[in-house]
Design a binder for this molecule. Structure first.
Ligand code: NAP
Length: 263
């Protein structure tokens, strides 16, 4: 049996799109929920119910029907229950933002099986479970949008102690692209997008497995609001692959071009 709780039934106007955001109690997910308030019915998911409830209460006052769900998205049954609850409450589901993720601070030579398993569970399996759970509904209605929050480190493994996190985000990127290829062959109205931020001003660094530097003290950290605005834009324009800042795509291209140069 899964352990989750949800608020009482709410009935949004049928015209309001329903968006599920995982990792909505803090950081980028909470910022995104704030930005969608009034325009989307929201299903907010995380493990800390008190924070979710506070956010839900505030967003309801801004005109958004909100259902907070306490769930651990590394548990497949809890993710399936999350989707069932969203559909039961709103009778529609338009967007899933797989935003949960976690870093790690450990050199590649020191990585354990447990480290790798944790990175895969939080950064890859959570998104896989969510995507597989919403897919039957999206296929039934012929439309839907999965947005996976990746990272610049999912494109360039440039921070050595984040090796296992980079690898997990590379995995997530491949999975997203191949989901798109598979599903759009029959259902072109279902989109899969990747959003890749650089460093963001959140608790991400402090929450990393084995601790680490606070992301907020790193140079050029973007605000969570800025990244949330990019994700909100992707919900509207359905672009498949987006970075959180101008110039990042060019940096990735330049990185691989330099690697491929003849000595
Ligand atoms: N911040 C950065 O520098 C940065 C850079 C590039 C990419 N990203 C990516 O951006 C996304 C969001 O990161 P963030 O900076 O907002 O991180 P954050 O501040 O650490 O927030 C993480 C959120 O995920 C929730 N969460 C964590 N594990 C969970 C689980 N097992 N089940 C359910 N909820 C869980 C946390 O809430 P609870 O503790 O209440 O569950 C929290 O709401 C991640 O995918 C991350 O990899 C971040």
């Amino acid at each position: 049996m899964s352990q989750y709780s949800s608020a009482q039934t709410v009935s949004p106007p049928p015209s309001l799109p329903v968006t599920v955001i995982t990792g909505a109690s803090d950081g980028i997910g909470a910022a995104l929920a704030n930005q969608l308030a009034g325009r989307h019915a929201l299903v907010l998911v995380a493990r800390r119910g008190d924070r979710l409830q506070q956010l839900a209460d505030r967003l309801k006052q801004l005109g958004s029907p909100v259902v907070p769900i306490v769930a651990d998205v590394t548990d497949r049954s809890q993710v399936e229950d999350m989707v069932d609850t969203a559909l039961a409450q709103f009778s529609r589901l338009d967007v899933l933002v797989n935003n949960v993720g976690r870093g790690i601070t450990r050199l590649p030579s020191q990585l354990t099986d447990t480290d790798i398993d944790d990175m895969m569970r939080v950064n890859v399996k959570s998104a896989l479970y969510g995507t597989q759970a919403v897919l039957p509904h999206f296929q039934l209605v012929g439309r839907g949008h999965v947005i996976n929050v990746s990272s610049m480190l999912g494109r360039i493994p440039s921070v050595v102690p984040r090796a296992a996190y980079s690898a997990a985000k590379h995995f997530l990127n491949s999975l997203t692209i191949n989901f798109r290829d598979e599903v759009q062959a029959e259902h072109p109205g279902i989109q899969f997008s990747l959003v890749s931020p650089g460093v963001v001003h959140t608790d991400f660094g402090l929450n990393a497995l084995h601790g680490g530097v606070d992301s907020r003290v790193l140079p050029l950290a973007q605000s969570a609001d800025e990244v949330a605005a990019i994700i909100a834009q992707v919900i509207d324009d359905r672009r498949p692959d987006v970075y959180s800042r101008q110039g990042m795509a060019a940096r990735v291209a330049a990185h691989y071009e330099a690697l491929g140069r003849d000595p």
